[in-house]
Structures are given as structure tokens and as C-alpha cells.
Design a binder for this molecule. Structure first.
Ligand code: CMC
Length: 428
């Protein structure tokens, strides 16, 4: 008869242990019973960068990296991108089910009621230098929100949690727009609650008192699809940060600010910015082969390629590629697109990339779309952070309600000096 257990023999002692297997996983703490001496700490597993360690259970997002599958709450990303809206997807992530028509109306109304930001935040944004990186403004503004809404620290109160979620989803786009207008020295446009989530963002960034101003619906829709694709991606670096910082029971503003800081890095949310800079540096299609050679020699990376989880085509990249071409038709031609297409063509045929299963990821195209929408490059990670806020918050709620979670506290393998005595400075 088969048993759902793993038998481990410790060759140091000859002892055998049987540990349970659940969901193809063993509990790392079950290894602690494996000791040579009774006062040993017990066996640990060593896993830098969490390559093979589940830090929790989740019911939010499912990824099969080998097959290129991404699902939110069981719904395939392709169906959501085609038929849903970003705010509906945010509701799905946060509440677990698709909303009824009444609930969706209620939800959209709740978010639209929280689009205006506190004057202190306006002043904070204005205090930044004109050329401050928008991610610095995001990280600081969200952390500052914790001082404006001190009740947010009551993280055990479901009504308090919910209110902070409305505030963050409502206000983060306004912070984004104001940070942009500050950068270009233009007056701030207050939010317009008659507009959709993404149309309002484009309006706040763009509007300059033009008569008959209208947000281009193709562009608002394209941004909405991008927001759906970026809403959650299970336990990536920033989400793990949201959970880790949130596990100290700090308020969600501080946790989300930390998650945004993690997202800022070039290997994570900063990758779309890095893709654009790479394309600009390559400069022309004729330089593509030489660039690929440099990548293969390990001198540089092909940004927007490769993924820790997807070892097949990123399913988001397929959808976004289609959106990219729709946006390019509705906007002026983008000379960098030609370079991107050539890079993609060569890389997909090259043994170096094939053998390492390096395919374009979502950021390979998102940067090009953002550029076609005329967002400055520095803005790209912010455009990733706006929709990812719903995923971070859904994961934060799940972590808080999980009875197995505690304050996050990884172990280490200490390899430093053994105990030694302090030497006064004149004797060293
Ligand atoms: N260009 C060239 N070689 C690469 C690349 C790349 N973009 N990515 C991985 N490799 C090579 C790497 O050099 C290594 O080769 P070797 O075995 O010969 O040493 C092999 O592929 C495995 O790479 P790795 O660094 O062990 O893989 P990882 O899972 O740790 O890294 C990654 C994943 C996304 C950090 C990496 O692929 C990368 O740096 N990509 C470029 C940055 C990027 O586009 N990031 C966005 C990720 S998607 C958005 C998100 O979810 O945050």
C-alpha cells in the first residue's frame, strides 16, 4: 500500500524518520527531529532565494510555469483579460469570487469615493524635487498615508482593513498622476469619478483644459488589460515583502510601501524601465546581433526575457503582445518596436535562449506600450505598482487570516567566527 510519507535515513546516525507529505510538500519543521545529539538544533533546509520553499498556502493565484498557465481564483488570465475589467479583477482577488452586478456597482463606487487625496499628501508630493523618481514618491506617499489614517493599525478589525483597501486602490492612481504633473510642472487635475479607473488616471495625467477633451477609449482599455495582467503573480519578491512586513502586524500602508520598494528593483518591476533603456542603448536594428553576442558572453542581460517561474512563454506576454499592436495602431509609430521585434526573433531562435528556456516576459512589451501611451520611462514601475496593489492587499488579507502564519523569521546557517575575545583598539 502506498503511503503519503517520506522516509529519511540519517547516515550520520543510521536512524530512520518518516515525515508526512501533504500537497507534494513536507514541512520543514518536521526535519527538526533529525539530530545527532539530543541538544542539537535539528536539521534545517537551506534555500537561498526561496527556490523550493513554500512560505504559506494560498488560494489566490495559480501559476504553472512549465505549461505557461496563470489563473486568478481559478479563472484563466486570458478570459479575464478579454472579458473582465481591472476593478472587477481586483474584487475577485480581494473577496474570492466575481461580484454580482450590484456588488460590482457598489465596489466601483467605493473606490471612486476614495480617489481624492489628503492635502498633506499633495504638499508631500510638491516637496519632492521636480526630477524625483516616481517610485520614491510612491513609496514615501503610501508610507505617509499611515500617519494620516492611524486607525489603520487595527489590522484585526475587518471593517478597518476594508476601508484602507478602498483608500489605497482609490488614491494610488491619484498619487501617480500628481507625481507626474509635479514632474512636468503642471497643475494637478482632481479625479473625475464619472470616468473608469484607467480613463480617470489618463485624464488626471493628460488634461490641459482642452475643449471637447476625451480619453481615447482604446488606450484606456489597453491600460485596463495591462492592469489585469499585473494584478497578482503569487509569491514574487514584492508580494513576499508585503506578507513578510505585514506579518509584524504593521498597518497596510507601511507594508505596501515596503512591497513597492521591492517592486522598484530592476530585476522585478523595474524591468520594463530597463527594457526601454536597453532598446535605446541598442539604438538600431543593425546593432541587435552584436548585442545578442554580448548577452551570450554574460556581459549583459536581455531585459524582459526569462522568469523565475515561467520556463515557457509567459501567458501574459502573449496577451500583451496583441494589446501592444492595437496601441501602436492608435498612436504614433515607435522606432524602438522594430528593435524589440528583431531581438525577440533572434532570441527565440538562438540555442543560448532555447536551452535556458528564456522567453519574453510581460515586461518585454509593457514598456513599449507605456512608451506609446507617452508615459515617461521612470513612470513604468509605478504603472506596475498601481494594479499590483490589489494583489498585494489580497495576499496581505490572506496572510492575516491564516492561523498558521506568524511573524516571518527565516533561519540562517551561521558560518562566521567561533567565539573570540574583544581586542582593544591599541592592541590590534
Ligand atoms: N538574459 C540573458 N541570460 C539570462 C537572462 C536574461 N534575461 N535571464 C536568465 N539568464 C541566464 C542566466 O545567465 C543563467 O545562465 P547560466 O545557467 O549559463 O548561468 C540562466 O539563464 C538562469 O538564470 P538565473 O539568473 O538563474 O534565473 P533566475 O530564475 O534567477 O532569474 C530573472 C529570473 C527574471 C531575474 C532573470 O531571468 C532576469 O534577470 N531577467 C531579466 C530581468 C527581467 O526581465 N525581469 C522581469 C521578470 S518578470 C516581472 C516580474 O514578475 O517581476
Amino acid at each position: 500500500m502506498t503511503r503519503n510519507t517520506l522516509t529519511i535515513t540519517d547516515n550520520r546516525t543510521g536512524k530512520t524518520y518518516e515525515v508526512p507529505i501533504e500537497h507534494d510538500t513536507i514541512r520543514a519543521t518536521d526535519l527538526r527531529q533529525i539530530k545527532v545529539n539530543p541538544d542539537d538544533f535539528g536539521l534545517m533546509s537551506y534555500d537561498p532565494a526561496y527556490m523550493n520553499t513554500a512560505a504559506g498556502t494560498s488560494t489566490i493565484t495559480y501559476i504553472d510555469g512549465d505549461k505557461g498557465i496563470l489563473e486568478y481564483r481559478g479563472y484563466p488570465i486570458e478570459q479575464l483579460a478579454e472579458q473582465s475589467s481591472y476593478l472587477e479583477v481586483a474584487y475577485l482577488l480581494l473577496y474570492g469570487e466575481l461580484p454580482s452586478k450590484e456588488r460590482l456597482d457598489w465596489w466601483e463606487y467605493r473606490i471612486s469615493r476614495h480617489r481624492f487625496i489628503h492635502n498633506s499628501l499633495v504638499e508631500l508630493i510638491q516637496a519632492f524635487r521636480y526630477d524625483a523618481h516616481p517610485m520614491g514618491i510612491l513609496i514615501s506617499s503610501v508610507a505617509a498615508m499611515s500617519t494620516l489614517y492611524p486607525e489603520a493599525k487595527n489590522v484585526d478589525d475587518p471593517a478597518v482593513r476594508e476601508k484602507q483597501i478602498w483608500r489605497m486602490l482609490g488614491m494610488i492612481p491619484t498619487i501617480a498622476a500628481f507625481a507626474y504633473r509635479h514632474r512636468i510642472g503642471r497643475p494637478f487635475n482632481q479625479p473625475d469619478s464619472s470616468l473608469s479607473y484607467t480613463a480617470n488616471l489618463l485624464y488626471m495625467m493628460d488634461y490641459m483644459n482642452q475643449r471637447d477633451y476625451e480619453v481615447n477609449p482604446v488606450l484606456a482599455k489597453a491600460l485596463d488589460v495591462l492592469f489585469i495582467l499585473h494584478a497578482d503573480h503569487e509569491q514574487n519578491c514584492s508580494t513576499a515583502t508585503m506578507r513578510g512586513v505585514g506579518s509584524s502586524r504593521v498597518d497596510p500602508y507601511c507594508a505596501l510601501s515596503a512591497a513597492a520598494a521591492a517592486l522598484y528593483g530592476p530585476l522585478h518591476g523595474g524591468a520594463n524601465e530597463a527594457v526601454l533603456r536597453m532598446l535605446q542603448n541598442i539604438g538600431s536594428v543593425k546593432n541587435v546581433p552584436a548585442f545578442i553576442e554580448r548577452v551570450k558572453k554574460g556581459e549583459t542581460r536581455l531585459m524582459g526575457f526569462g522568469h523565475r517561474v515561467y520556463k515557457n512563454y509567459d501567458p501574459r506576454a502573449k496577451i500583451i503582445r496583441k494589446v501592444a499592436y492595437e496601441v501602436f495602431e492608435a498612436t504614433t509609430a515607435n522606432p524602438l518596436l522594430e528593435i524589440a521585434v528583431e531581438l525577440e526573433r533572434i532570441a527565440l531562435e538562438d540555442e543560448y535562449f532555447i536551452s535556458r528556456k528564456l522567453y519574453p516576459n510581460v515586461d518585454f512589451y509593457s514598456g513599449l506600450i507605456y512608451q506609446a501611451l507617452r508615459f515617461p520611462i521612470e513612470y513604468f514601475p509605478f504603472l506596475f505598482a498601481i494594479p499590483r496593489a490589489s494583489g498585494w492587499l489580497a495576499q496581505w488579507l490572506e496572510m492575516l487570516d491564516d492561523p498558521e502564519q506568524k511573524i516571518m523569521r527565516p533561519r540562517q546557517v551561521y558560518l562566521g567566527h567561533a567565539r573570540r575575545d574583544y581586542v582593544p583598539v591599541d592592541k590590534r
